[in-house]
Write a protein that binds this ligand. Structure first.
Ligand code: AMP
Ligand code: ZN
Length: 476
């Protein structure tokens, strides 16, 4: 199979280090706010990679971190710790915030039918591993101590300049505005391995003892420490969003290879963003929509999965409600096809297959595998699914084939439900009222929330409150 390796900026043949085993590390969430459908895109992308590898006979070990400390507002060490900021915003402890949003994240990922990683590792559970790695970096002359932090000196790792094809000048441009004056960094691109509990971090809630004093790890070191702990010092695939190309991933490489002297990762893969009006959907921009918001509109969350698969993972994808409705219709149609195919199959004996039909079945499967093996081309995979569904191969074989494809696509093609709105969509103003009611309920303003419920009811809609959120349905 062929994979686009961001490191070499080219398509490469995939040869894992110890076949059939594949070690795969996927940078996880910073758990200070809700997971949104932009995250959904990235993690469905990872899920497709994993399921495809398994389809092709590889034995995948999938590791994912949970960032619950040390990720500052900017990836380049500036600003406040995101967790501390989140805690202040909602009046909880950092630990409560981390637990709440970690649960929210994995719940959302389950709704998208994403397989749980084999190992989920929290940064705060791996402080000693991070400290040991920093000690190795000191030994190898890559780290230095200052009054505010321990830093990695990028000039001691000459390749840093050109990692991922970016020059140091380009990286400087990327971080220039974020470089804080007055720090003891030797070079602006040096990055923190350990922050001390002094100055702006004097009251930092999460902190541990270390050879360099009380403090907490920088963000990047957790990924090096945990990926190498669980997958070895060299492993096969590392993924992230494209925002990790300029800073986070070069830093991971510098730290890991600086400590071990070995190649850290063989294949680097990066997912393009889910966009809204030309901008990245993101927690910090506040332009995000949660998976629960989609469910609230009566839409099956796997609609999102279908929507993501319509674009190649390296191409940006634009979010609009129209596009989601389009994906909803497509998935519904596909499931209806599947239901009809299965019903017809149940009524008939399995056909004797002619040479021609056998070849056709084979052909569909070969083409499906080929497009996935070609850097995970999901849009083409979907079009083969449609072709198969509409073809004249016998229903039993068609059903088998579609379900076989679905082991990678994860769309639950056999989950046809009449409940899907074949009815008209819920009007925007009803959705808006529902959202207003949710907000009021969260604020504890139950009387006002009830008044809105009444208004929604009077307009001919019922509200159903579930653990997944609230939904409205049109009263028949
Ligand atoms: P964060 O919690 O912000 O660190 O994000 C976790 C992962 O989700 C990172 O790999 C990000 O690149 C990725 N991500 C965040 N927003 C989006 C988006 N709008 N589209 C695709 N991936 C995203
Ligand atoms: Zn990472």
């Amino acid at each position: 199979m062929n994979i686009y390796n961001t490191f070499s900026r080219s398509i490469e043949e995939f040869h894992p280090i110890s076949p059939p085993h594949v070690g795969m590390y996927t940078c996880g969430m910073t758990v200070y706010d809700y997971a949104h459908i932009g995250h959904g895109r990235k993690y469905v992308g990872d899920d497709i990679i994993r399921r495809t590898l398994v389809r092709f006979g590889y034995k995948v070990t999938h590791v994912q971190n949970v960032t619950d400390v040390g990720h500052l507002s900017s990836d380049a060490d500036e600003g406040e710790d995101k967790l501390e900021k989140g805690a202040k915003k909602i009046g909880k402890t950092v630990w409560e915030v981390a637990e709440f949003f970690t649960n929210d994240f994995y719940h959302a990922m389950d709704q998208l039918n994403i397989l749980r990683p084999h190992i989920v590792c929290k940064a705060t559970d791996h402080i000693s591993e991070q400290i040991s790695l920093i000690e190795r970096l000191f030994k190898n002359g890559h780290a230095y101590d200052t009054p505010e932090a321990v830093y990695f000196d990028v000039t001691t790792f000459p390749r840093y300049e050109t990692l991922f094809g970016q020059s140091l000048e380009e990286k400087k441009q990327a971080v220039r505005e974020e470089v804080q004056t007055g720090s003891h960094k030797r070079n602006p691109q040096d990055f923190a391995l350990w922050f001390k509990r002094v100055g702006r971090f004097a009251n930092h809630a999460m902190h541990w003892d270390s050879p360099w004093g009380d403090g907490f790890p920088g963000w990047h070191i957790e990924c090096s420490a945990m990926s190498m702990k669980y997958l070895g010092e060299s492993f096969d695939i590392h993924t992230g969003g494209i925002d990790h190309i300029p800073i986070h991933h070069p830093n991971e490489i510098a730290q890991s290879e600086g400590a071990t002297g070995k190649q850290f990762v063989k294949y680097w893969m990066h997912h393009a963003f889910l966009m809204v009006d030309g901008q990245k959907m993101s927690k910090s921009l506040g332009n995000f929509c949660r998976i629960a918001d989609v469910i609230e509109r009566g839409i099956d969350p796997l609609t999102l999965r279908y929507f993501y698969l319509t674009a190649h993972y390296r191409k940006p994808l634009n979010f609009t409600w129209e596009a989601i409705r389009g994906a909803e219709n497509a998935l519904h149609e596909l499931r209806r096809y599947m239901k009809n195919i299965q019903e017809t199959a149940d009524r008939h004996e399995r056909d004797q297959l002619s040479e021609e039909k056998l070849k056709k079945i084979d052909d569909f499967r070969t083409r499906f595998d080929a497009v996935l093996a070609n850097d995970f081309n999901t849009p083409q995979a979907l079009s083969i699914v449609w072709e198969t569904a509409k073809s004249n191969i016998p229903p039993q074989d068609k059903a088998d084939l579609l379900l076989d494809f679905d082991t990678v696509l994860g769309l639950k093609l056999d989950a046809f439900s009449d409940k899907k709105n074949t009815d008209e969509p819920i009007p925007e103003e009803i959705i808006r009222l529902l959202e207003e009611r949710q907000t009021l309920r969260k604020q504890g303003k139950f009387q006002d929330a009830d008044a809105i419920r009444e208004e929604i009811t009077q307009r001919g809609y019922n509200i159903i409150d579930t653990t997944e959120g609230s939904k409205v349905t049109k009263r028949k």
